[in-house]
Design a protein around this ligand. Structure first.
Ligand SMILES: *[C@@H]1O[C@H](CO)[C@@H](O)[C@H](O)[C@H]1NC(C)=O
Ligand SMILES: *[C@@H]1O[C@H](CO)[C@@H](O)[C@H](O)[C@H]1NC(C)=O
Ligand SMILES: *[C@@H]1O[C@H](CO)[C@@H](O)[C@H](O)[C@H]1NC(C)=O
Length: 776
């Protein structure tokens, strides 16, 4: 079993599941399992690092650092008081800043540094500072800092606690995207620490134009470490968007980790920085796409292939008429392709932006010096060897012409006109019975966490979004991070930290159908309860159907306390003059199958010919006649032992196809349909229809509502199963008697499914589990 959000932890790999957003407010630290409560009531959580190797959660707040040792039942906490350096608080207040929300040491950065130490940096009352914190080895709970060993944090964290900021730590060096001056005007990408000289971007709006950094990650290109690149995700003013004032675009930018700047030009400045636009849009009316331009959060879903993580990103619209959010997923291959494509170019002020068509100097800007560039005759072993022409070109053409489109060219999730904002995302890849599913945990500004999966519809490109759970955690969320070791998502707010379990299968009820309808890829019916699904487990019963949530197929024999036949009773509909198939596969390949047909209490062996053929998988009617109607019994024989495997009622429809009938039913039965049905022109399949096989009068309406719910749960692509389902539930007297209690269970299941899945928000009443009381 593999959860990618926490694959190999090591010092040079970034905290994989970590995203955080900073604001400030004062409330108690709170640990949902009441493991920990803050000591001073003034935490103002502003940074977090989840250390899966040491099973510890490090928190940074206002003038304070916490270490929580995560145990199975309790957790132990330690703290370090870390105020600004003497005099700095007073200086800050003198400049007119706010004593409470600005002139304190707000911890913004917590990164693993080496085997025993963390690097922590804080705003230090507008005098950024960094320190090393001794955290000890795995298994010991050390948490100390030498207050004298503090160094400047300039370029490592912003001065202002409210300014956006992104960082990545790799190879002993710190990469940051931030504003690095007191006034917050100098937007740069920095590299500091380690042995090499500090690197930065030139001050030039072409390179960075009022950027808002969201995330930074080191992602290798191939096996050659010289090709390692650090990617920055940010929004900025888009010069190429033309005159439209305030046009913001989302970018992915990157630098080579081995960039050391130029020799004469770009000394100690990035010579490999390039950037491309990340597009996240949906087609709008009149052919004009609606763009989600503002990046809110990024989550890197690491896979076994460390070069190709999936990039999950939350976007919002900038428009003040339309407030919408979208989640788009990008593939590294598409990002690399944009960087390998043409550069964006503008000949002069009066020209349009276009693709650069002239000669691009060698080594192509954006390419790292490596074995490839360091060939006899072309020895570019370092960016200092790059010709001036390359550096000049890099400086004047940082933007790529082609944008990066998301996988499938569309968002996996779109939310519009909702009463909250999507702010945070962490994603967990879950192995399920029929493949893997990416479960998104999305934090909102109203303090809820949505647990969502997006499924791609069978033959359409439409995404179906299933909200599995919705939890009210805090009033406001600041960060979330995901731990597979703890099987939990940690969410934080100014008020504190809460632990949300990745799965709570037991809450999906006590019946197979409920478990199945929940469609949670973490969970499966194991024969007696809804429990954590583990692929490749030896357990016999694993019932799961995430794609359709169809309990009929999964749970037919799983109703506890019912004495069910070994055989399956099914109803199959065929259309006159068309082909149809009655499936029956013997459990052993050695068995021989015979088919019997029962009509008016007479059982005959089915006459096989060119039209009706027995196959390994079942009985095939190449052309169906009306007189084929009947109950078909599939019997296997092996070693003299005969067993009935299935009983299939075959009904023959005339004329219109089932789908057409369905369409009619959905729109309410048309009069002409009713007339024709009454005249016997149709054997309408409608649950408990005019034939009254199932039903007491008055039940029809109820069934129909019920049926619509089921339709929603199962989806129109699964029509045949719906028929089966409804037929079983309502129209077959024998089964009805048998499944009376099962029906009740399905009703309950439907009810709890309705609660668990508020499919489109607002459409149904949302009843999140309210835990906000904890906050008080
Ligand atoms: C980790 O870094 C700290 C700070 O530079 C240093 O004091 C400590 O000795 C280092 N530990 C190891 C194991 O390298
Ligand atoms: C026969 O079945 C196929 C597949 O279900 C369907 O597309 C076709 O319309 C049917 N033909 C008739 C005459 O019902
Ligand atoms: C099926 O075929 C028969 C003979 O060709 C024809 O009389 C009948 O109308 C057809 N039924 C339908 C529903 O197409």
């Amino acid at each position: 079993f593999f959860i990618s959000c926490s694959s190999a932890w090591s010092l040079h790999v970034l905290p994989l599941c970590l995203t955080f957003l900073l604001t400030h407010a004062d409330k108690l630290l709170l640990w949902l399992s009441s493991i920990f409560s803050g000591h001073h009531g003034q935490l103002s959580l502003s940074a977090v690092f989840l250390d899966e190797y040491r099973d510890r959660l490090f928190l940074g707040g206002k003038d304070i650092l916490y270490s929580l040792l995560l145990g199975p039942t309790s957790s132990e906490s330690k703290e370090i008081y870390w105020p600004p350096l003497p005099g700095n608080r007073e200086d800050c207040i003198q400049t007119g800043k706010d004593p409470q929300t600005e002139c304190a040491n707000f911890v913004r950065l917590l990164q693993p540094y080496n085997r025993t130490h963390l690097l922590a940096c804080g705003t230090g009352a507008f005098q950024p500072m960094c320190a090393f914190i001794s955290v000890g080895h795995r298994g010991e709970h050390v948490f100390t800092m030498d207050p004298l060993n503090v160094e400047s944090g300039r370029g490592k964290v912003p001065h202002d606690p409210s300014f956006p900021f992104a960082s990545a730590f790799s190879g002993g060096e710190l990469y940051t995207g931030l504003t690095a001056d007191f006034l917050g005007r100098d937007s740069v990408i920095f590299r500091s620490m380690g042995g090499r000289s500090t690197m930065r971007t030139e001050t030039d709006q072409k390179l960075l134009h009022d950027p808002k950094f969201i995330a930074a990650h080191l992602i290798p290109d191939n096996d050659d470490r010289d090709n390692d690149k650090v990617y920055f995700f940010f929004t900025e003013k888009a010069t190429e968007a033309g005159d439209r004032e305030g046009s913001i675009h989302t970018r992915v930018g990157r630098v080579c980790a081995n960039d050391v700047g130029g020799q004469r030009v770009l000394v100690n400045k990035w010579s490999t920085f390039i950037k491309a636009r990340l597009v996240c849009s949906v087609p709008g009316p009149h052919g004009i796409d609606t763009h989600f331009n503002q990046l809110e959060d990024v989550f890197l879903l690491r896979t076994k292939d460390e070069r190709n993580p999936d990039v999950y990103a939350i976007f919002s619209t900038i428009s003040n008429v339309f407030q919408g959010f979208a989640v788009c997923v990008y593939r590294m291959a598409d990002i690399r392709e944009a960087f390998n494509g043409p550069f964006a170019h503008k000949e002069g002020p009066d020209y349009q932006w276009g693709a650069y068509e002239g000669r691009v100097p060698y080594p192509r800007p954006g390419v790292c010096p490596s074995k490839i560039t360091n060939q006899p005759g072309r020895e570019f072993g370092s960016t200092k060897d790059f010709p001036d022409s390359v550096l000049q070109f890099a400086r004047s053409h940082p933007l790529m012409w082609r944008p990066v489109f998301p996988a499938l060219r569309q968002p996996v999730l779109v939310k519009a006109n909702i009463p909250y904002k999507l702010k945070q995302i962490v994603v967990d890849r879950v192995e399920a019975e029929d493949g893997h599913y990416d479960v998104m945990f999305i934090g909102t500004d109203s303090g809820t966490v949505l647990k969502v999966i997006a499924l791609q519809g069978g033959n359409s490109l439409e995404m179906e979004v299933v909200t599995l759970e919705e939890l009210q955690v805090f009033k406001r969320l600041l960060f979330s991070s995901c731990s597979s070791r703890q099987q939990a998502v940690f969410v934080g707010s100014p008020a504190g930290v809460a632990q949300v379990k990745l799965h709570r299968c037991e809450t999906y009820g006590k019946a197979c159908a409920e478990c199945c309808l929940a469609r949670d890829p973490y969970c499966a019916w194991d024969g007696s309860s809804c429990s954590r699904y583990t692929p490749n487990s030896k357990r016999r019963f694993r019932r799961q159907d995430i794609r359709h949530g169809n309990p009929v197929l999964q749970c037919v024999d799983q109703s506890p306390g019912e004495d069910l036949d070994v055989t399956e009773d099914k109803v199959v509909y065929g259309t006159e003059n068309n082909s149809t198939f009655l499936e029956c596969v013997p459990r052993s390949p050695q068995a021989t199958v015979t088919w019997l047909v029962q009509r008016d209490d007479r059982k005959d062996e089915v006459k096989l010919d060119d039209r009706v053929m027995s196959t390994d998988q079942g009985l095939l009617f190449r052309r169906l006649f009306r007189h084929d109607e009947g109950v078909y019994i599939c019997r296997s024989r092996e070693h003299g032992f005969t067993q009935v495997l299935g009983r299939i009622t075959l009904e023959v429809l005339q004329g219109e196809t089932v789908d057409e009938l369905m369409a009619r039913d959905n729109a309410g039965l048309s009069d002409s349909f009713k007339d024709r049905a009454a005249a016997g022109g149709y054997r309408a399949w409608t649950p408990c229809s005019a034939y009254g096989r199932g039903g007491a009068p008055g039940q029809l309406g109820q069934s129909r509502t019920w049926f619509k719910d089921i339709m929603q749960l199962i989806g129109p692509s699964n029509l045949p199963h719906v028929e089966e389902y409804c037929e079983r539930m309502w129209c077959n007297d024998k089964l009805r008697r048998k499944h009376k209690s099962m029906l009740e269970k399905y009703r309950q299941a439907q009810e709890s499914a309705r609660k668990a899945r508020s499919k489109n928000s607002g459409e149904r009443n949302r009843t999140p589990r309210d835990l906000s009381a904890w906050e008080e």
